[in-house]
Design a protein around this ligand. Structure first.
Ligand code: HPA
Length: 269
């Protein structure tokens, strides 16, 4: 199945991307900025699960930034849509098979850390998987990777250094934080957010972790960037509203796109 998907992509373009990017809810700006762009709707790629989440386009975009070929997943599958974790990471595995060695994952997240503010970008330093699922459950495909992959440095320290340098050049504040992954689709309760904070979480979100597990399984280096779209439940005396989450995400998307344009060409080594 992965091979059929790779064949379909190779039919559409000669580009050989070594860097992949997953763009979260409403964060599609980088895809529009690519040169020599080729777009392939997920529906046209054999085996690719279709995304049903609002704000997710569902298209694979290949193109170049500063002459560096990249593959951008605009839209992703989430576990809360009812796809199994193994299916949700299909796209990431296709990118790995296509030759991607570095994956940048982005997402919208709730801020647990009180030093954060909505609209801020945060570099993911590590994660806590509270989704109760792993894409690696089941028979291990030895061609993809080992049965028991190491997850130390899942968010590559060298890539994080490059990200901090790129942010510094642009004057973008980029603190680091731990991403706690929640199954959803309901937002967390305030008690659940206090639990996430107690186990070391700075950010709450519903994506990214299955993708990073699948990428690390294949030996692909990962970098994660969250857009803080709201403070998490109970942090402020306000309710969480998905349309406000999308709106803040759309406003912060500009600085995320600027950071990715600066950063991505430095990741192709
Ligand atoms: N919790 C979980 N996921 C999210 C949030 C949140 O507060 N905001 C955006 N994605």
């Amino acid at each position: 199945m992965l091979d059929d998907a790779v064949r379909r992509i190779r039919e559409a373009t000669d580009l050989e991307p070594r860097v992949g990017v997953v763009l979260g809810s409403g964060l599609g700006g980088l895809a529009d900025a690519l040169e020599s762009r080729v777009e392939i709707p997920y529906d046209d790629i054999p085996g690719w699960p279709t995304s049903t989440a609002v704000g997710h386009a569902g298209v694979l975009v290949l193109g170049e930034v500063d002459g560096v070929a990249i593959a951008v997943m605009r839209g992703r599958a989430h576990l809360y849509e009812g796809v199994g974790a193994d299916r949700a990471v299909f796209g990431v595995r296709v990118l790995g098979r296509l030759g991607v060695r570095t994956l940048v994952v982005t997402n919208a997240a709730g801020g647990i850390n009180e030093a954060y503010r909505p609209g801020m970008l945060v570099l993911i330093s590590d994660h806590v998987n509270l989704q109760g699922a792993s894409p690696l459950v089941g028979t291990n495909d030895e061609e993809l990777g080992p049965r028991f992959p190491d997850m130390s440095d899942a968010y590559d320290p060298e890539l994080r250094r490059l990200a901090r340098e790129a942010a510094g050049r642009l004057g973008i504040e980029l603190p680091e934080g731990v991403y706690a992954a929640w199954l959803g689709p309901q937002f967390e309760t305030p008690a659940e957010i206090r639990f996430m904070r107690a186990v070391g979480g700075d950010l709450a979100g519903m994506s990214t972790v299955p993708e990073v597990i699948a990428a690390r399984h294949m030996g692909v280096r990962c970098l994660g960037i969250s857009v803080v779209t709201n403070m998490a439940a109970g942090v402020l005396p306000e309710k969480i509203d998905h349309s406000a989450v999308l709106e803040v995400g759309a406003r912060a998307a500009g600085s995320l796109t600027a950071l990715l344009r600066e950063l991505v060409p430095t990741l192709s080594a």
